[in-house]
Design a binder for this molecule. Structure first.
Ligand SMILES: C[S@@+](CC[C@H](N)C(=O)[O-])C[C@H]1O[C@@H](n2cnc3c(N)ncnc32)[C@H](O)[C@@H]1O
Length: 252
């Protein structure tokens, strides 16, 4: 893959990071429920988790919820992203937590060594790896390899959850999702004086849209099973927003 072909680097521009953090993250429909279920699944799979990775962390919203849920566990958390602006926002949000911040680009396999180096010496890997609305910027071949790379750095019994933007099954389904999402953005923005048409125009012309390489949840569940994950499932789906993942088998 050549760097010139990549569109996802729009995320390294401060403006897009700010637009997302100020104007989109808070408008994601059912965000609280998504995070609640993500936390429940992690606690069920790894009640004694000691190490967590939030990959493509943005301002660290997912890892933050997990650090709070595991507050008695003395858990180490690694927050990884390739955007300096996002990592600054994560550092600000997580000051006071046992958190490490690593700039990695998971388009390249060296991201694995870089996040593992952030773990304390004796840690065998991560008990929990989560990712939010991020990996869909990679082409399918790379997505599947990333799922394998994640598997390789999970501890036995560890869990991977991807809260992700996935492809609709049809153009009709995509239209329904877009209308639903714009309504949600409008509810969030109308107090700031924007009309629904303005919100819709911003949505359709957003700079990261070209970077979306959406893939169906079914296809991605298949990859996870092929890699070796167990209990693979889509645990929640609202149109194109899906929470899916699986566990690494515990050692026999
Ligand atoms: C839509 S934001 C989501 C942030 C956060 N996970 C959340 O749930 O709100 C996508 C994040 O993925 C990061 N990202 C995109 N491509 C990446 C890559 N190749 N390597 C590392 N981070 C990446 C972006 O910088 C951005 O912070």
């Amino acid at each position: 893959m050549t760097t010139t072909a990549r569109q996802d680097t729009v995320w390294q521009v401060t403006g897009l990071a700010d637009t997302y953090l100020d104007g989109v993250r808070g408008a994601i429909p059912l965000a609280a429920e998504q995070i609640d279920i993500l936390v429940r699944l992690c606690r069920a799979a790894r009640p004694q988790a000691r190490a967590l990775l939030d990959l493509g962390c943005g301002d660290g919203i997912l890892g933050h919820a997990l650090l709070d849920a595991y507050s008695g566990n003395d858990m180490t958390a690694v927050f990884a992203d390739f955007s300096p602006r996002m990592l600054d926002a994560a550092q600000l949000r997580l000051s006071g937590y046992a958190a490490h911040f690593v700039q990695v680009d998971y388009a390249y396999s060296n991201w694995v060594d870089n996040v593992c180096h952030a773990l304390p010496g004796a840690a065998p890997g991560f008990d929990i790896i989560v990712s939010g609305f991020s990996i869909h910027h990679q082409p399918d071949t790379r997505k599947r390899i990333i799922y394998e790379e994640i598997y390789n750095i999970l501890t036995p019994g560890g869990i991977f959850l991807n809260l992700e933007h996935v492809a609709s099954a049809s153009d009709w389904g995509e239209e329904q999702f877009e209308t639903y999402f714009i309504d949600s953005l409008y509810r969030y923005h109308k107090e700031r004086g924007k009309t629904r048409d303005e919100v819709a125009a911003d949505f359709y012309h957003r700079p990261d849209k070209v970077a979306n390489l959406l893939t169906s949840v079914e296809k991605q569940l298949g990859w996870l099973r092929e890699v070796g994950y167990t209990n693979v499932d889509c645990f929640l789906k609202i149109f194109e927003l899906a929470l899916f993942g699986g566990l690494k088998p515990a050692e026999g």
